[in-house]
Design a protein around this ligand. Structure first.
Ligand SMILES: [Cu+2]
Length: 375
């Protein structure tokens, strides 16, 4: 029987890459758990959370005021062309909820995450979701593969506190392609009693920013201009060839060069403590706040480990998310970068933070402004 998936995938891909179709449809990407014993969670309260686009984060408690609950989220997968710079770069994007990265989800340790994942009929590709925070079935990937026009609901227990990447992983070479097309995000699982310093003292943040770093591989034409494609299927063969060379054309925060600079700069006030969650689902990176520090940094993002203190630059392993707390002490414009400075300045991995407040001459003073001198 020709399934809807076969028809759709066939139309988009058979001419381009039959091997890909075969692998994406392989049965080992799905799993039958229908024989497992039922669990009764009917006594647990449920609450529904509306996700918001990064760099912002839905309202949440830092210290849980109640016991565990089932936290309901919903995400729609959106395939669409996205402008990624001011130089004519367009990505045939694949996204969770329309943004790159996907939204930051926040729950507490012991909660159950219940995600409704929808793949609209207007999409071309099958998709799924692999939560690094979840246990079993390829992080949920083997239970969530949805064709265009299908939806699924996955529940998993949040057993380990920390920041964890989620991403699409529909099988074979579809996996890296979907990830570098935008299908990755982060879930933050807070300890029920909140974050702690290295000495175990409770510590809170005034705001959270979610920076999702991603790299894109956008083919160029013979004149060196970025190519545009009619849809994701058409973009695949040339994009895959470029991907396999491992040299990205863009390394960006939040989906495009300039997504968080200039008029889009993040803002804070002197004295505010910010938690910066930073993910990269595919490639190593090294965040650095120019003119500031990481007061407390969970470099690997896992809150059962004490945070490191006073860091200058921290390392986010590809396929992970980390978290850094910083209290801004001086006003002015800060740059938050990937401290591979070629990637920061030339390829796009820069955000700006505009901080209001009073300058502290004790921390830094311009003793003599630049003047000419004779040597
Ligand atoms: Cu996908």
């Amino acid at each position: 029987m020709i399934t809807r998936r076969t028809a759709l995938m066939g139309a988009a891909f058979v001419a381009a890459s039959p091997a890909v179709v075969t692998r994406a449809l392989a049965s080992d990407e799905t799993m039958d758990t229908s024989g497992a014993a039922a669990v009764d969670l009917s006594s647990l309260p449920r609450r529904k959370v509306e996700l918001v686009p990064p760099p912002f984060v839905h309202e949440h408690e830092q210290v849980a005021s109640t016991g565990p609950s089932i936290v309901e989220f919903e995400m729609e997968i959106i395939e669409r062309e996205m402008e990624v710079d001011d130089d004519g770069g367009y990505l045939q994007g694949m996204t969770f909820n329309g943004s790159i990265p996907g939204p930051l989800m926040v729950v507490h340790e012991g909660d159950y995450v219940e995600l409704t994942l929808k793949n609209p009929a207007s999409n071309l590709m099958p998709h799924n979701i692999d939560f690094h925070a979840a246990t079993g079935a390829l992080g949920g990937g083997a239970l969530t593969l949805v064709n265009p026009g299908e939806m699924t609901v996955l529940r998993f227990k949040a057993t380990r506190p920390g920041t964890f990447v989620y991403h699409c992983a529909p099988g074979g070479p579809m996996i890296p392609w979907h990830v570098v097309s935008g299908m990755a995000g982060t879930i933050m699982i807070l300890p029920r009693d909140g974050l702690k310093t290295d000495t175990g003292a409770p510590i809170k943040y005034d705001r959270v920013w979610y920076i999702g770093e991603a790299e894109f591989y956008i083919p160029r034409d013979e004149n060196g201009d970025f190519k545009r494609y009619a849809d994701v299927g058409e973009s695949y063969p040339e994009t895959e060839e470029l991907m396999n060379g491992l040299i990205p054309t863009h390394v960006v925060f939040n989906g495009r060069k300039g997504a968080l600079t200039g008029d889009n700069a993040l803002t804070a006030k002197v004295g505010e403590r910010v938690l910066i969650v930073h993910s990269q689902a595919n490639r190593d990176t090294r965040p650095h706040l120019i003119g500031g520090h990481g007061d407390y940094v969970w470099e690997s993002g896992k809150f059962n480990n004490p945070p490191e203190r006073d860091l200058e630059t921290w390392f986010i392993r590809g396929g992970s998310a980390g978290a850094a707390l910083y209290s801004f002490l001086q006003p002015g414009l800060y740059a938050y970068v990937n401290h591979n400075l070629i990637e920061a300045v030339n390829l796009g991995a820069t955000a700006h933070v505009l901080v209001e407040g009073d300058w502290d001459n004790d921390l830094m003073e311009q003793v003599t402004a630049p003047v000419e001198y004779s040597s």
